[in-house]
Design a protein around this ligand. Structure first.
Ligand SMILES: NC(=O)C1=CN([C@@H]2O[C@H](COP(=O)(O)OP(=O)(O)OC[C@H]3O[C@@H](n4cnc5c(N)ncnc54)[C@H](OP(=O)(O)O)[C@@H]3O)[C@@H](O)[C@H]2O)C=CC1
Ligand SMILES: O=C/C=C/c1ccc(O)c(O)c1
Length: 380
């Protein structure tokens, strides 16, 4: 697909783009479309770094359309509204998550589950309706159809709220649709990263019993004392887990006790030991999208009549509901705020699991012509 033509889209924006699979980004000047009748223009102030950004820029999913401008946890202020826009005004605090358009006419769209539309247009690395590739939130501004914009409720700060636009809805959605939002039920959270830590927070807000299953023993204290998890199981005895036939590394006390598990691991694993944590008829919901296939034995599911399901983001309606729920419960992400110049180091740390628990780029203060004045910024 041809890159954006300056003549077609004269408005330019500053951005960080990956040009190859090195996992690194660098400043670039991109084009953004003019604000259409149904669009809003947003000054981006913060953008979270999701592990999907890293999978994509490293081309782990084999679908990168370079240059890739990642970012789908976008928070900022409306600077312009198109003439048909009804929901928003200039100055509103808003967010944009993983999708920026869908067909709006298929069964999924009509049922309000547009996150399952086969013509979904993702916030970045996706073919837009005009044939260009979408660019995400590692940028100082974006233009989005108002239907795909979320209002930040009062009390939810833009920096700590930005990760809710992807991580938040991705964990809230399966809790809501799989009955894993009921007080007293026991839920497991595999992987204490960006998704996992907000999963613990939502589950506690729903009044559930929460066990974290983690490869990182050093996260135990914080998981239990700060995030409020009730139990913490270390799964880092990697040899045992890979063999897939031993529970010596897992606490026998939690075996067969969980109504559901949200699996947020970004890497492949043998599912055997994890599925054994479920009660009969329990549900394992896959959220992580590792590069390599998972290993699973039919016996793990058939015995006990267990369900293995997947869940992909959430609808716009559910995202707004999740944000309002977060506001009501004072629920925000734990973030490490970083500058534009720290993004490459952050990507390396994210790959090693060294973040507590979401990097958020301070776009508003660190991505400007002035801040990049020392080096020339190439244009696409
Ligand atoms: N389904 C959807 O709609 C969405 C999917 N995703 C996907 O979800 C995944 C998680 O994203 P995010 O939370 O941002 O990533 P993070 O890197 O923040 O967290 C992932 C966590 O997975 C755990 N982990 C890593 N390797 C392994 C392993 N080999 N075995 C078990 N656990 C492991 C680590 O937790 P610990 O140290 O506790 O073990 C790590 O912190 C990614 O694959 C991402 O692409 C993201 C957004 C939406
Ligand atoms: O971070 C969210 C990504 C979700 C996603 C789901 C499905 C798919 O094909 C993707 O490329 C991304």
């Amino acid at each position: 697909m041809a890159p954006v033509e300056a003549e077609q889209h004269p408005r330019t924006a500053l951005a960080l783009a990956a040009h190859d699979a090195s996992g690194r980004v660098s400043p670039i000047r991109i084009s953004r479309r003019d604000t259409g009748d149904d669009d809003v223009a947003i000054q981006i102030l913060y953008c979270g770094i999701c592990h999907s950004d890293l999978h994509t820029i490293k081309n782990e999913w084999k679908n990168a359309n370079y240059p890739v401008v990642p970012g789908h946890e976008i928070a900022g202020l409306i600077t312009e509204v198109g003439k048909n826009v009804k929901k928003f005004n200039v100055g509103d605090k808003v967010g944009v998550g993983c999708m920026v358009n869908t067909c709006q006419s298929c069964e999924s769209c009509e049922e309000g589950h547009e996150n399952h539309c086969s013509k979904i247009i993702f916030a970045y690395n996706s073919h837009d309706r005009d044939g260009t590739i979408t660019y995400g939130g590692y940028s100082d501004m974006v233009v989005v159809n108002e239907r795909f914009v979320i209002r930040f409720p009062d009390g939810v700060p833009l920096d700590k709220g930005a990760p809710l636009l992807c991580a938040g809805i991705t964990v809230y959605n399966p809790m809501k649709y799989h009955g894993l939002d009921e007080p007293g039920k026991h839920i497991g959270v595999v992987g204490l990263g960006g998704l996992g830590h907000v999963a613990v927070k939502f589950a506690k807000a729903f009044g559930m019993r929460v066990t974290v299953i983690s490869t990182s023993p050093e996260k135990r204290e914080e998981a239990m004392e700060t995030l409020g998890a009730d139990a913490f199981v270390v799964s880092s005895d990697a040899n045992q887990m890979k063999l897939g036939c031993s529970f010596r590394s897992l606490s026998m006390a939690v075996k067969g006790t969980m109504h559901g598990i949200l699996n947020t691991a970004s890497a492949s694993m043998s599912m055997y030991a994890y599925l054994a944590l479920l009660k009969p008829q329990g549900k394992m919901i896959l959220l992580g999208l590792p590069e390599k296939p998972l290993q699973i034995s039919a016996f793990s599911l058939v015995t006990g009549g267990k369900t293995l399901a997947g869940s992909c983001m959430g609808s716009i309606r559910d995202t707004q509901e999740m944000m309002d729920f977060a506001a009501k419960h004072g629920l925000v992400a734990d973030v490490e705020l970083i500058g534009t110049e720290e993004v490459n180091e952050a990507m390396e740390r994210l790959a090693k699991g060294e973040v507590r628990y979401r990097f958020v780029i301070d776009v508003g203060n660190t991505l400007s012509a002035a801040s990049l004045a020392s080096s020339p910024v190439p244009a696409l």
